[in-house]
Design a protein around this ligand. Structure first.
Ligand code: ADP
Ligand code: MG
Length: 246
């Protein structure tokens, strides 16, 4: 995919959070899961979110994924229709944005066992609409292209039950890229894998972020993985205690 014409273009911010606060009910009170966090990620760049268990990493990612609505702050996402504040959209629009504009990869690949690797990806293009014949063909082409990118072209027709954990996670990364999202959100995507498969998935996340000009937000408790990202924030009790990189 030639992208050279864009090399000199100024970087665009795909995701920007401003002073985000998210709390959950906790007994008689509330627990602050995200405590006045601000961050931004440009397209093609990566941000690692680190911190101990319970520090709010997944909560922060859930806000960026529209899976949790913050009670304060703004979450600006670059979409095909311009910049949208995820903190202010209604649930229906949030679901559309999740489907069309946001790629998400979790610790478990959450693939559908009965489908082949290619069908997992094609299914993304069918969500929410009845596909025309042309769209089906486009979906198949993009699915095959992405399976090639993640090194699984030869496994396109295999059911995911026949794939290893690392291969499944590579399918999950390819699936997350199907709708050409501006951001790719990954929550501990390698923590269920052995270190070698984990490295492969990490390499893939970083290389696809650059190749497809996607902003990558990577939640990890693995310091080695985190240092491979362009920037890092460290959370303690929901608040940023350290920020490195640009
Ligand atoms: P991490 O991903 O860093 O381990 P989490 O974002 O999962 O941290 O959790 C941050 C805090 O928010 C913790 O105190 C956790 O118990 C709380 N929390 C997270 N999700 C929920 C929820 N759905 N309901 C209530 N409390 C939650
Ligand atoms: Mg978590």
């Amino acid at each position: 995919m030639p992208r050279t014409a864009l090399l000199d273009a100024p970087a665009t911010t795909a995701l920007r959070m401003e002073d985000v606060v998210l709390t959950f009910p906790d007994g008689d009170g509330r627990v602050t899961a995200v405590d006045h966090v601000s961050l931004s990620i440009d397209r093609s760049r990566s941000l690692a979110v680190t911190g101990p268990s319970g520090s709010g990493k997944s909560s922060l990612l859930a806000v960026a994924a529209t899976l949790a609505r913050p009670e304060a702050g703004q979450v600006w996402l670059e979409t095909r229709d311009g910049v949208v504040d995820l903190a202010a959209v209604n649930p229906r629009r949030a679901a559309e944005l999740r489907r069309d504009e946001i790629g998400i990869v979790f610790q478990q690949s959450n693939l559908i066992e009965s489908l082949t690797a290619r069908e997992q990806l094609e299914a993304m293009a069918w969500l929410g609409s009845r596909p025309s014949r042309a769209r089906r063909r486009d979906a198949r082409e993009r699915a095959d292209e992405l399976l090639g990118v993640v090194g699984l072209a030869a496994a396109a027709d295999r059911s995911v039950g026949a794939l290893s954990g690392g291969q499944r996670q590579r399918v999950a990364v390819a699936r997350a890229l199907m709708t050409e999202p501006s951001v790719l959100l990954a929550d501990e995507p390698t923590s269920a894998l052995d270190s070698e498969s984990g490295q492969v998935v990490m390499d893939l996340l970083l290389s696809t972020a650059r190749e497809f000009e996607v902003a990558l937000m990577l939640v990890t408790h693995d310091a080695t993985m985190a240092t491979r990202c362009d920037a890092q924030i460290h959370l303690v009790d929901g608040a940023v205690t350290k920020a490195t990189g640009r």
